[in-house]
Every structure is written in C-alpha cells, then in structure tokens.
Design a protein around this ligand. Structure first.
Ligand SMILES: C[S@@+](CC[C@H](N)C(=O)[O-])C[C@H]1O[C@@H](n2cnc3c(N)ncnc32)[C@H](O)[C@@H]1O
Length: 252
C-alpha cells in the first residue's frame, strides 16, 4: 500500500490532535502496517475514503487510535517504583494502564504489604481496557511472576482456557477500568495519593508532555507521588513537581 506525503500528514495531524502521539517522519512504516489492518476490517480500499470515514465515524476513530497505540507492558515492570507506595496511599491512578498488568501488579504489591487501595486504571485504547477488565492472560506473560504470587492471586485456566491464568476476584475488585484520553479529557478523580504515568510520555513532544504532567499535578494530594517510566524524564519541562529519585516526583 502506498500513502502520499499529504495523506501521511493528514494521519499524523489527526493522531497528534487526538491523542498527542507524534508520528514523525520515521513512523511511516508503522502507520502503513496499522492502517492496512483497519482497511481490511472496514473493507475500504481507498486511503482517501478511509480518511473521510475517520472524520465522520467516531467509533472508527477510536478503533484507528487503538490500532496506532503501542501497548507493550508486562507484570511487575520496573517494580522498584512501587517502593514509594505506603499504607496511607489508598487512591491510586494508573493513567496509561494498557492491558492491566501494571494495575494488577500494583494491587498485588499493596496487598502483600497489607493494604488495599482502589486503583483507577485508564487508557485511550478500548481493546487493552477490555483485556484488563477480563483479566485473562496467556501463562507465558507471567513468566517473571513467582509461583507463590501466581497461586495466591491467579486461577489456572482449564479446558479451553488451558495455558491461561485469570486474575482472582479479590484483585479484580480493586481495579476500575475506564477509557481516558490524557491529552483531551479532564481527569475523573481528584485528591489522589499516587499517579502512575509510565512509558507513555515517551510518545509525546514537549508541549504535550507539559500539558499532561501539569494536568496530573492538579489531581494529586499534597505530598502525593507522580511516577513515570525509567526511560522518561521531566528534565527541561515546565512543572512544579519536586524530584524525589529517578522516575519518582512529588507534589509539594
Ligand atoms: C507502552 S504502554 C505502557 C503501559 C504501562 N504503563 C507500562 O508501563 O507498562 C503505553 C500506553 O499508553 C496509552 N496511550 C497512548 N496515548 C494515550 C493518551 N493520549 N491517553 C491515554 N493513554 C494513552 C497506549 O494506548 C498504551 O496502552
């Protein structure tokens, strides 16, 4: 499939305005691959016609953004960040939660420490939110999880679910999933103890990053923590957070 420079600009402007993701010039192959999938599912074979459809059909726009977003995640990713969690932290927001491994890992960490927060888990992609809500994962996705933790918090699938694990209800009840666009929406909660926004800022330019981190600042309690990914930093951005240690910031 070929896309012209003008069509690429149409797509990259749309993606940037919708979710802040910067599809700079090197991302043409990624766009083509993901676009091809959407053309197949919608049965449309002209790129211009598909661009028109995106302007008129909100569900297709959601599905297109789903196809564009990169959802890589895993259980207990950068789990040393969880050490900032304390038993007074009862309201946690996981603001780009992907398919649920991150909020479930946070919930397990807290239960193991003897406290039970509620965790709001949001993402722009409805596909990954469905996976999180379902809480069923191929067993190999949990290969870095100890067998004790697996036994305590997951059920082994049987029959057609052989080779899968399912999050137990105790854990599931702690996590509420909701679609939330970091760029365009107003936060659904305030007075939060901790906000995790990990491994997503990396897709944004400085202007979008500043907008998002300041929006998230406003929903934290005083002394609340803001946690970003290990490959991310708030250096050279305008913000009011106090640096605590790598990836961990505080509202003061
Ligand atoms: C690479 S995953 C990171 C998942 C998890 N936080 C982790 O560290 O493993 C990035 C997630 O950010 C989501 N995302 C991208 N743009 C977003 C936006 N504007 N609002 C909310 N979520 C967004 C993607 O859908 C994806 O699930």
């Amino acid at each position: 499939m070929n896309i012209t420079a003008k069509q690429f600009k149409n797509f990259s402007d749309l993606v940037y305005n919708e979710c802040g993701i910067n599809l700079h010039d090197g991302k043409e192959q990624l766009l083509k691959a993901r676009l091809a999938k959407r053309l197949r599912s919608t049965g449309i074979n002209s790129v211009d016609e598909y661009i028109k459809l995106l302007g008129n059909d909100n569900q297709e726009l959601i599905d297109f953004i789903d196809a564009i977003s990169t959802n890589h995640t895993f259980f207990f990713r950068e789990s040393h960040h969880f050490e900032c969690l304390e038993n007074s932290h009862l309201k946690i927001w996981c603001a780009a939660c992907s398919s649920g491994e991150e909020p479930y890992s946070i919930a397990i960490y807290c239960l193991e420490k003897g406290f039970r927060p509620t965790i709001l888990a949001t993402d722009i992609s409805t596909n990954v939110l469905r996976l999180g809500e379902r809480g069923v994962y191929p067993v190999e996705r949990a290969k870095n999880v100890s067998s004790r933790i697996l036994r305590r918090y997951f059920q082994k699938g049987q029959g057609k679910w052989e080779g899968h694990i399912k999050v137990k209800d105790e854990l599931k009840k702690m996590v509420i999933y909701k679609r939330f666009n970091l760029l365009t929406e107003s936060p659904p909660l305030r007075e939060l103890d901790v906000v995790f926004c990990r491994n997503v800022l990396i897709y944004f330019d400085s202007m979008v990053k500043e907008k998002i981190i300041n929006k998230l600042y406003s929903v934290l309690k005083l002394n609340g923590y803001f946690v970003i990914g290990g490959a991310e930093s708030l250096n050279n951005l305008n913000h009011r957070y106090k640096y605590v240690k790598p990836s961990i910031y505080k509202k003061v």
